[in-house]
Design a protein. Sequence first.
Length: 601
Amino acid sequence: MSPRRVRFPAVVETPAAAEPVPTIGPVIFTVDLNGSPESIDLSGLPCPRLTRALASALAEVVSAPGTLRDRNGVRYVVKRIREFVEFTAAALPGSASDLRLSDLEPDLLDAFETRLIAQYGGTSKEPYLTMTYLVRLLKLVHEAHPDAFGAAFHARLGFTSASAHRASKPLDAYPFPVLDALENAARDDVARVRDRILEGENLAATGRDPRRHGWDRLENVLWYIANHGPLTVDDASCKVLRPLGGREELNGRLHLTARDLVPFLLLLACQTGMEPECIRQLRSDCLASPARGYVSIAYVKKRAPGSTHKTVRITDGGSLRFPGGVIRLALRLTKHTRELIDSDALWCDVGRHGQARASFDGPQGSAVSRQWMSERGLDRLTDRDGGPVALDLRRVRKTVKSRQYLRAGGVLEDFASGHTRPVAAKHYADIGAHEETHEQAVEAGLEQALGAALSPPVVLSDDGDRLDDGQAALTTREIESALSGEQDVWLASCRDFFASPFARKPGAACPVPAWGCLECPNAVFTSRHLPSLLSFLDFLERQREEYPAAEWTTRFGLAWDRIVHGVRARFSTRQIATAQVIAEGGGDRLLLPASFLEVIA
C-alpha cells in the first residue's frame, strides 16, 4: 500500500474572541454552616464586578476552616460588604455600573474608614473590625485575580487601618457574685428541663395512638410525638391542642427547645470556662478517656490555625455540679432529636413550628437569652459599671479565667492553659477586674523590696528586751549603752557613732541628715526617745499643710512610716500617753536640733 501525503493549511484560522459579557448576573449563593445552609443575596447592590469579587472571597472564607463559621458572624460581614459597595457607588457615581477592580484607589478605603470612625466614634472597635474583614476579603480577591488591582491599591492592602489604631480595652469579667448567681440559676433550670422531659417520656409510655383514641388526652399526644416526631401545623387542629398547652409546649415535653439551650450552655461555660463557640459546636462523641472522676472533652477551636483539635480535662460524676454529668445529661435528653435529623451535634432542639434542628448558633445575645435572664431575675443583678447584667458567654469565660488567675497568684505559667503567655496576659490578666489586685501586688512588692533593703527599727524596752521583730543582734554592751543614753543622737541611741554604715571612710563621724536615725541600722529606740519622736512626728504632720501630698510623701513619708509603724506601734498606749505629755511639757524639746526649734515651737 503506497504511502499517502497529508497537507496542512499554512495558516490556522482561529475564531474571533467573543465580546465580553455586558452584564453580570445576580449574585446569590448559599454557604454551609456546619450542616445548616445560609442563603446570601447581593444582587441588588451596585458595582456588580466588585460585588461578585467580594462575594466569591466571602464564600471562600466561609468554606475554609477558620473563625467565620457562625451565622451571626457571616451576616455581620455581609452587612459590611453592602456598606462598602454602596459607599463606593456613592463616591464614584458616574462609573458605578461598570466599575472595574483596577479603578479602585487607596483613598477609597481610607475614606470608608473615616466614615466608619465618624459613625461609631473614635473609641469604638467597629471601624477596625470592619476594615479587618474588608481588607482580608480584598486580599483574597487579589489572590484570585493577581493583575486586577493597581500597584497603589495592592500596596494599601498591606495594612488594615490608615489611622493610628488604639488597642481596644479587653472585655471585662463579671463580678464573682454575678457568676455564682448565673451558675446557680442555670443549674436549677437544667434540673427543671430534666424533670420535664423525663415526666413527658413516662406519660408517652402510657399513651395510645391519638388518631384512633383521640387527641384530647395528653398521654396520647405525647405518644404520637415520641413515635412520629414533633407536632407541626399539619398534625392536628390548634383548637384541639390548645387546652393541652399548644404545639410548642407539647413538643417541649419530649425535646429541648431553644430556651432550654440557654441554661445548658451557660452552665457548661461557668463550669469549664471553654470558648463559647466551642461549647456550641460540641459533638455527641466529645467525651473521652473517663478515669478516676475525670473525663476529657474533645472539641475543635477553628480560630487556632495549626492546633484546632483540643481537649480539656473536666470533673465527671452523677451530679449537675460536674460538667461531665451535664454533658451526659444533654446526650440523654437530645438523643431522640439527633436521631430525627441524623446529626451528631450535641445541641439539638425543636423549633416553634415543630422542626428538629442542630442549633450551632446558640442563644447568646438573642431575645431568648434576654427573656430567660428576665424570667430568672438575673437582669436585676448589678454589673461592674453599676448597670444591669446582660448575658454574654464571652464574659462568663473571662470571669472563670479571672478566678483561675487569682487562684494561681498571677503566675502565668500556671494560668495560661490553652493560650500563649502574651495572649493570656493581654486578654485575661490585664482586665479591669484585676486592677486593684495588680495595684496591691505592686504595693506589696515595693514594701517587700524596701523591707529587704531597710531592716525594721531596733526597739528596746526599759529592761533591755527586744520589742521589734528584727534579726539584728545586740551585744550586752550595746544594750547598756542604749539604755544609759551615752550614745544618744537626738531621736535614738547609736550603737557606734563612728562606725556608721553611711560614712565615707571607716572611723568617720555619721554624715546622715538629722532624722536619718530612723533609717539607720545602728539606731536603737527606747521609751526615753519617745518624746522626741512624738515631737518630730507632730512636726511632720504639720508639714502636710505646707507641701503637696506627693512632695510631702517624697520628703517625709518614709520617716513618718518608720515612726508610726516601726517604733510607736511597739510601745503600749500608756507609754505613748506618758511620752506625749512629756513632749507637750517642753522639757524634752531641748533634745531637738537647733534648726528645728523655731519650726516646732
